[in-house]
Design a protein around this ligand. Structure first.
Ligand SMILES: *[C@@H]1O[C@H](CO)[C@@H](O)[C@H](O)[C@H]1NC(C)=O
Ligand SMILES: *[C@@H]1O[C@H](CO)[C@@H](O)[C@H](O)[C@H]1NC(C)=O
Length: 418
């Protein structure tokens, strides 16, 4: 009898270790205390001891963690890594003093910031990290999956694999380029706060840097803004990044929720709320995102706006992206969970269709790729893709001011999208 119970407990523990079943399974082994211990252990692993702590008005806690204590350095391959405090190479030229003065002037023009800045700053030599709370983990379907993606969700423009699109109800409206070697991408992304109908849905706007096939070996680096009640516990618009080197299976995560990305910036926190956001027929705000590959070290760097080099994904994390990207995508993605068999009313972008134009529809402007000579270039042969244009659509254009741009998004459920 006793042995039987032990066996059953052991089997359950293995299942839980594999992260196959929800937290409830850990609870069943020997009650709620076991689950509590597991959650606390997981939180201790994720949250590093802060030098200083800042409470954000949105309820977030931002921990200023010493740069050498950040989650990246849990990675066995990074034990002896020497942090690079500056990129060796920048596709727009390495910033000098002059550029920094110009940047300050631009900052005054474009005040977009993160909400937690209202209540303090992180000291030098620290990086701001959004603290993971117990509730964040309890919302996840499994502790091990927290901060990871539930499904493969990358849009496949040519519908090469329709299963992929139908599998999880993800819908996209994107622009893309392929058929070349790419070493980075840039865009200025209009920021909105789309309404999410169901807490397990999300709405995001991002760029994708993709390498490999759309099978099991897809390499992806993603960055933009997202509203995800599941991941963050609210409806705020947040800056996010994501990476994977195996099509969203075992490797990778959002933000700094696993070891990988090495942050060097003390002012911008991954996963923190962006403020202000755009309003219909009113003020418009946008954020600049640039991701590029260092031609010498091979690391993939990320910059937010004109001034914040956030850090880098070390080259060894990837296989295909260790060389170059084969496809770049820009655009929106939502989850349509089809509550009651009807299309969700979760919005993409501003929740309005591209035809409405500036001040009403959401946009990406000045979209560019980094080419084989490490220069920023207009994308050649830009394609578009949408799963269902009557729900969410995309329209490209180009002019002198905005370069290549597109409007995208929509309301989801409407008479033409039942
Ligand atoms: C995917 O969904 C579309 C429309 O919802 C449908 O026409 C198509 O047959 C589906 N594909 C598969 C493989 O189920
Ligand atoms: C998020 O928005 C939905 C409706 O769009 C609302 O039902 C829900 O209560 C909101 N969640 C939070 C945490 O504010």
């Amino acid at each position: 009898m006793r042995r039987d119970r032990q066996l059953r407990a052991a089997a359950a523990a293995v299942v839980c270790l594999l992260g196959l079943v929800s937290l409830a399974c850990a609870g069943r082994v020997d009650g709620g205390s076991r689950q509590k211990l597991e959650v606390e252990k997981h939180l201790r692993r994720l949250n590093k001891a802060p030098v200083k702590t800042i409470k954000s008005p949105d309820g977030d806690i931002i921990d200023c963690v010493h740069i050498s204590k950040q989650p990246a350095f849990d990675h066995p391959f990074l034990k002896d890594h020497k942090i690079q405090m500056r990129p060796n190479y920048h596709p727009e030229g390495l910033f000098d003093e002059k550029k920094e003065v110009a940047a300050e002037a631009r900052e005054r023009e474009n005040p977009i910031k993160q909400l937690w800045h209202m209540n303090g700053k992180c000291p030098e030599d620290t990086v701001p990290i959004r603290r993971t709370k117990k509730d964040d983990i309890l919302r996840a379907s499994s502790m091990k999956r927290y901060g990871r993606k539930k499904h493969r969700t990358v849009p496949v423009p040519k519908s090469a694999d329709p299963d992929l699109i139908n599998e999880s109800g993800h819908q996209h409206a994107i622009a893309y380029v392929q058929g070349d070697k790419f070493y980075g991408a840039k865009a200025t992304i209009n920021v909105w706060e789309p309404k999410i109908q169901q807490p397990n849905e999300f709405s995001l706007s991002q760029l994708w840097i993709l390498g490999g096939s759309f099978g099991e070996d897809l390499n992806s680096i993603e960055a933009g803004w997202q509203v995800s009640p599941d991941l963050y516990g609210d409806n705020n618009t947040r800056l996010f990044t994501y990476w994977t080197s195996d099509a969203y299976q075992a490797t990778g995560c959002y933000n700094l929720l696993c070891s990988g990305f090495i942050q060097i910036n003390s002012e911008i926190a991954m996963g923190a709320s962006i403020s202000p956001v755009s309003a219909y027929r009113n003020s418009q705000y946008d954020i600049g995102i640039l991701v590029w590959k260092d031609p010498n070290e091979g690391h993939w760097w990320m910059q937010f706006g004109n001034d914040y080099v956030l850090g880098y994904w070390p080259s060894f994390l990837f296989s295909y992206l260790g060389d170059s990207a084969s496809m770049i995508e820009w655009g929106g993605e939502v989850v349509n969970s089809e509550p009651n068999g009807q299309h969700t009313s979760t919005q993409m972008g501003s929740g309005h269709f591209p035809e409405e134009g500036f001040g009403k529809a959401s946009y990406f402007r000045n979209i560019q790729v980094v080419d084989g000579s490490n220069n920023l270039k207009a994308p050649k042969g830009l394609g578009t893709f949408t799963d269902k244009s009557s729900c969410y659509d995309v329209q490209t254009g180009s002019n002198g001011d905005w370069g290549h741009y597109f409007y995208y998004g929509g309301p989801g459920r409407n008479p033409n999208c039942p």
